[in-house]
Design a protein around this ligand. Sequence first.
Ligand code: SAM
Length: 410
Amino acid sequence: KACITEQEDKVKVISEGQAKIIVRGQSKVFYNPVQEFNRDISVAILNLIAEDVLNEQIAKNETSKPSFRILEALSATGLRSIRYAKEISGVTEVIANDLSKHAVEMIRQNVQDNKIESVVTPNHADATLFMHQHRNEFDAIDLDPFGCPSIFLDSAVQSVKNGGVLLVTATDMAVLAGNSAETCFVKYGAVSLRSKCCHEIGLRILLQCISSHANRYGKYIEPLFSMSADFYVRVAVKVRNGANKCKYTTSKLSMVYQCVGCGTFTLQPLGNCQEREKGGPKFSVAHGPTVNSSCEHCGHRHHVGGPIWTGPLYAQQFLLRLANWPGLDALGTAKRIRGIVTVMGEELDTPLYYTVDQLCSLLRVEAIPTITIRSAILNAGFKVSYSHCKSTSLKTDAPASVVWDVMRAW
Ligand code: SAM
């Protein structure tokens, strides 16, 4: 587990993973101990990515010396970069960048103290400019800003190599979770909704935003890992070149219609593209289900949100590898990682969820045990699962009418 010890001269010594860094008492450079979980997961994810990239280079005999280069665009103390350098096997270079001169001085000191100068390069630049100047260069780019990451996305999708990975955190959960739908549209290009499943909507808005930036450059995304935890969301997506594949993006985006009365949500896909097995890809715009202006279950109006990403949140094979990664137990938050990855692995690939408290309070019935509702839906021939975003969540592929029938039958 991470540990912080404060010495008499107000110098904080922080030990996390294999890194030990020093933060002076008066320092304004950002360090958040709660983010250890975020950093641990990133270490695990990047170990798997590095393994794939290095193996691919060796198989293709691309370069005489295999390389794996990471850019931490917003590095603050350098802790994350130092951990990446020390804990990711095969990593050849980590650039620890920050706009603050003071932060970069601290990074330089911490890199020296950790004797990792041969791998970590401190860099003082505006991240957007730096990434624009280094196109197609990095195997992985980590964006961990204060609040919203959207201003960094345009340059990040260009700076990452074809097949490379972007790891992105967003901490402006109030915006993503519907407290300011207009601000969300301004920042992310999607309208957020106040909803019981607002955390998953927030995750899917972030993915939609990254995807739209990638598409502008003929690139598309494949989410490997998407997480809502504590006060933030975090995703890891592969970015690949493929102007033709970009046309399939509309079929991975939907508008969300949420009833103001009963909270039932209906998704309207923006496109319906089928990739034909033979004869090449076919692209056609077809319209999703039409949504009546009033809710079919209770007659109320709808709030409209989105577009949200309604493609998969995870690569299931990748989750499996993450859960079985041999280095996991050495991480301070291994138990929590194992728990969340297990729930993710069992999650249905069906966007959004109900919550049991929402369903019960709407029908003004006493709390029905979750297991009872789940069994009834299963008996009706549909699937159910939890979402890692909320412990009382109920994810199902059953139509809303089935869920309400089950609830009314109680
Ligand atoms: N990744 C760090 C970690 O894991 O501890 C925390 C990063 S902190 C939340 C955000 C950092 O971004 C701050 O140190 C800030 O100085 C830096 N920053 C803000 N705008 C920037 C920009 N345009 N270019 C580079 N760094 C920037």
